[in-house]
Design a protein around this ligand. Structure first.
Ligand code: FE
Ligand code: FE
Ligand code: ZN
Length: 276
């Protein structure tokens, strides 16, 4: 069975997300840990988290994925932005322990003219300060489209970040289909080749989640604008190969397409129908 969910609003807590996910045939979901623009997080209700853990166990849910706010930038040029990022992510990782054993995804950031080497050093420095041996959460680096000075659009860059971390067993990768296609990895024409390259450079055992999005822009555009499944440049045939690829079997897939709940439900049904 395909493990799939979509991005949901966490404004009404974990149980509400569980019910919404179940109502559209999902068995996982993604959510922002706080307002996507950053800022203070609402307190987690331990009873709500406990009820959601039980619900997920009873209903065949697989790991859920928290997404860090977009405004964070671990390799920003301005120290105050880096400090805000580090404090926010450390706080998010503490909060993740209310729902242990799940995953936390973040964008490696934009180095803004400092250069890729300096960017990678800042990212690994931050991870080495916030990752803890006792945490149960796996932190995922997201593959990026290479817009502006984004770090993480090449598999080699993600590998260097992982290699720079002492607690690298806490790290994995989330592959975003829109981002890698925009970034110049041809998952439409050569999915096998891209996954072989991922395996050679990073190792497929690091691949823990897929963001399954179509794209509004052609191959290699470095744009990062998501489209509904089948309505963009990736297309249904390629998604059929993606959801059926043996290297991706069992991974959780998360939709981040421009949709409301009912539209996500239709995309989940479509993707499930493509599974052989
Ligand atoms: Fe993302
Ligand atoms: Fe994504
Ligand atoms: Zn994106």
């Amino acid at each position: 069975m395909l493990n799939i969910g979509c991005h949901l609003s966490n404004s009404k807590g974990y149980m509400n997300m569980c019910r919404e996910a179940a109502s559209i045939g999902a068995n996982t979901f993604q959510f922002f840990t706080r307002n996507p623009r950053g800022g203070a997080a609402k307190d987690i209700d331990p009873a709500d988290a406990a009820e959601a853990r039980q619900f997920m166990a009873d209903n065949g849910f697989v790991k859920i994925l928290a997404h860090a706010p977009y405004t964070l930038n671990p390799c920003a040029a301005r120290p105050e932005v880096r400090e805000f990022t580090e404090n926010t992510m450390a706080d998010d990782l503490r909060r993740m322990e209310f729902t242990p054993g799940n995953m936390y995804n973040f964008h490696p950031g934009s180095h803004v003219e400092q250069g890729i080497d300096a960017g990678i050093e800042l990212i690994t420095g931050m991870l080495n300060r916030i990752l803890r041996p006792e945490q149960s959460t796996t932190v995922l680096l997201e593959t990026m489209s290479g817009k502006g000075s984004e770090v993480g659009s090449r598999f080699e860059e993600l590998r260097r970040i992982i290699d720079g971390c002492e607690l690298s067993d806490k790290l994995g990768v989330c592959l975003d289909t829109c981002h890698v296609f925009d970034g110049g990895y041809d998952i439409v024409g050569d999915l096998d080749g891209v996954l072989a390259e991922f395996d050679r450079v990073i190792g497929l055992e690091r691949l823990r989640a897929i963001h399954i999005n179509d794209t509004k822009n052609p191959f290699g555009s470095h744009k990062d604008r998501h489209e509904k499944i089948g309505e963009g440049y990736i297309g249904v045939d390629a998604f059929c190969r993606i959801v059926n690829h043996p290297a991706l079997k069992g991974l959780p897939f998360f939709l981040e397409t421009p949709n409301e709940l009912d539209g996500y439900g239709r995309e989940i049904a479509l993707l499930r129908s493509l599974c052989k």
